[in-house]
Design a protein around this ligand. Structure first.
Ligand SMILES: Cc1ncc(C[n+]2csc(CCOP(=O)(O)OP(=O)(O)O)c2C)c(N)n1
Ligand SMILES: [Mg+2]
Length: 379
């Protein structure tokens, strides 16, 4: 596995992996030896601060900038499932670097046919390859570290000055959840917001999702499955995905805690970001072009009532906790203290969809300005 030898401008990409933590040491050794930055989505279990490794938190935003096209890669080494990050896929397609896929399970997931070398090897081979590399001198890894730090400061500049919206919720989950907890993220915008805004920390926060075909069904049930393993679990879910799996909420509610003679001892916090329907579609080019009423009826499909109304009704009927909140401080207070097992609780947060979309655009523009010195960002 001498793929990295002689290639200084490489990146290691880590897609979703349930067992990604078993790769931590090998990936760290490889990144240190090659000088390549690590672009790990949270669901890889590898977005974690490791000494000597450039861990990039904001690659989704960085790879939309002109800076990224002035820093084209000559090599990509991927582990894990297909990455969630679309700008990463487009950056690879534009620059066509040598592309190795470390794929011990032989999944061959490569929808855009970009992979040039398929390696059916495990972490030992990656660690072995690291031992054959000479330390690089190009400054490539440092430039990524600098750009990521500038992006983080630009993002904080936007988020810290504004009311809580979806990016701020994702950032706060990474700041507040105890390391012994797990985060489960729904498809649609939650998994993307977490990829863009949850930052590496010293201790691992297990982050899971069912990427599959991006279904928004069964989200609460899957998160309850993680919680049933004994790990207190928080699930970040949109308002439609929440509605799609209220049966999962009942299932989690019915699990009888060990303290009451049962065996399931389940601790599940459901954080619902209520933006009034499927707002992922409002990031598509058709939004603002086609008739707004038709767009909403066919794509946004806004529910008639808020998630807060729904959750408070269910909470009253079923007897679980419901908190309707609007700030980082309230979210932190509910998530940070790992008290006694909670059973099921639901936290609802109202999100103004227009303000949220606008904030996403301003974050992209602020990142572009911070790393490229230009104001024109790709949306
Ligand atoms: C089972 C299933 N049905 C429909 C879809 C199509 N779909 C993708 S995203 C989405 C909207 C999800 O809305 P919400 O959960 O509120 O998240 P948001 O888009 O607001 O982030 C829909 C309907 C899907 N992915 N899976
Ligand atoms: Mg929604």
């Amino acid at each position: 596995m001498d793929f990295a030898r002689g290639r200084e401008r490489g990146v290691v990409v880590a897609g979703p992996m349930w067992d990604g933590d078993r790769w931590t040491d090998a990936v760290a050794a490889f990144c240190r030896a090659s000088g390549w930055p690590l672009l790990a989505e949270p669901g890889s279990q590898l977005r974690r601060m490791v000494p000597g490794v450039v861990v990039v938190d904001h690659h989704d935003l960085l790879l939309r900038t002109q800076w990224a096209d002035h820093e084209p890669p000559d090599a990509v080494l991927r582990i894990g499932g297909a990455p969630t990050c679309k700008p990463l896929r487009l950056w690879i397609e534009r620059h066509r670097p040598a592309f190795a896929f470390v794929d011990p399970a032989r999944t061959w997931t490569d929808a855009s046919f970009s992979i040039s070398l398929h390696l059916s090897v495990g972490p030992e081979a990656m660690a072995g390859a690291a031992r054959t590399l000479l330390s690089p001198e190009s400054g490539w890894g440092q430039r990524w570290a600098d750009a990521d730090a500038r992006a983080a400061a630009a993002i904080d500049g936007v988020l810290d000055a504004e009311p809580l919206l979806e990016a701020g919720v994702a950032r706060q989950l990474g700041r507040s959840l105890p390391a012994s907890h797990a985060l489960y993220v729904s498809n649609s915008m939650p998994v993307r917001d977490v990829d863009s805004h949850l930052r590496a920390r010293a201790e691992l926060l297990a982050v899971h999702a069912s990427r599959g075909a991006s279904g928004i069904d069964g989200v609460i049930s899957a998160a309850a499955g993680v919680a049933a393993s004994g790990t207190p679990t928080t699930v970040l879910v949109g308002d439609l995905a929440f509605r799609h799996d209220l049966g999962g909420l009942v299932g989690a509610f019915d699990a009888v805690p060990a303290t009451h003679g049962g065996s399931d001892d389940l601790d599940l916090t459901v954080v619902v970001v209520d933006n009034g329907g499927g707002t992922i579609f409002s990031f598509l080019p058709a939004h603002g072009v086609v008739d707004p009423e038709a767009f909403d009826r066919l794509l946004t499909t806004p529910p008639g009532r808020s998630s807060s109304q729904l959750a408070s009704g269910l909470a009253a009927a079923m007897g679980f906790e419901h908190h309707h909140i609007g700030s980082c401080d309230e979210l932190h207070a509910l998530l940070a203290a790992p008290g006694p097992r909670q059973g099921v609780r639901v936290i609802t947060i109202d999100i103004d969809a227009d303000a949220n979309r606008d904030q996403h655009r301003r974050i992209a523009a602020a990142t572009e300005a911070a790393v490229s010195g230009s104001e024109t960002a790709e949306p």
